[in-house]
Design a protein around this ligand. Sequence first.
Ligand code: NAD
Length: 276
Amino acid sequence: MSPVRGVTLGQGGEEHAAADAAIGEHVGRRFEGKVAVVTGAGSGIGRGVALRLAREGAAVAALDVDVGSAEATAATATADGGTAVAYGCDVTSEPSVAETVAAVVGRFGPPAVVCNVAGIGGFFHTAEMPLERWQRILAVNLTGPFLVCRATLPHLLEHGGAIVNVASNTALMGQAYSAAYCASKGGLLLFSKALAAEYLGRGVRVNVVAPGGTDTPLLGTFGLPEGADPRQLTKIMTPMGFSTPAEIAASIAFLASDESSYTTGAVLSVDGGLTI
Ligand SMILES: NC(=O)c1ccc[n+]([C@@H]2O[C@H](COP(=O)([O-])OP(=O)(O)OC[C@H]3O[C@@H](n4cnc5c(N)ncnc54)[C@H](O)[C@@H]3O)[C@@H](O)[C@H]2O)c1
């Protein structure tokens, strides 16, 4: 396998098929009998997480603001022999999150696993960034995980559970043209550590996965703004290329599983060495 993988905007490719096949050999049944809530499950990393958890025996609630894409993920998981149901849910909306979590609990029972994967981004000259874009990025990437954690925590506290929040290498290093994205992901990282501290010893673990460049449709939304200097972004490239969604999902599944029973408040970088 070549160490450099091409970017296919989530369409796969030879190197990615090889990476995913290698991961396939390590799939177990760690989530048998557990209910898992996955946001952003219609695409990219969230889709990868939903499929991985379902393959490992979880009953997966696949949440996405784009319900059609979540339905496609649920159909794939079901065809693969798993259990998954799609829910249209906007993680920025308090009533949408509350109604969805109530529907999931009504259908499957209380969740034991919550993976906050939904996210958006974009490159902007900060001096020209519209307030509305700043607020939207913060709403989806930071307020969304708060709302989902707040709605699910009573259930997790009752029965024990694990939360995995998906940040980014940009939670750990500055990235040009990405002030809102960095702020949202840095905020998510310390939000997660705060939760881990608050619920330490109460049966709820909270961890963060910080992916680097992952080959998903999201990358297509990061067009450089006019006049931007592309050299500013060379530091976010690694000789290992872009990961596949399944490679990130593997680390998320580890932190969501009882295999990481002594791990809370941790940040697992899965970024091909970007933040070495
Ligand atoms: N792709 C990368 O290079 C990369 C790198 C680091 C971190 N991440 C993070 O990983 C996560 C997943 O990204 P991805 O690359 O799979 O992106 P993606 O665009 O492929 O998938 C994101 C999903 O989130 C959903 N979503 C967006 N807004 C939502 C909302 N308000 N409510 C519910 N769902 C919503 C979208 O409909 C989409 O299905 C994001 O948090 C992203 O910031 C991605």
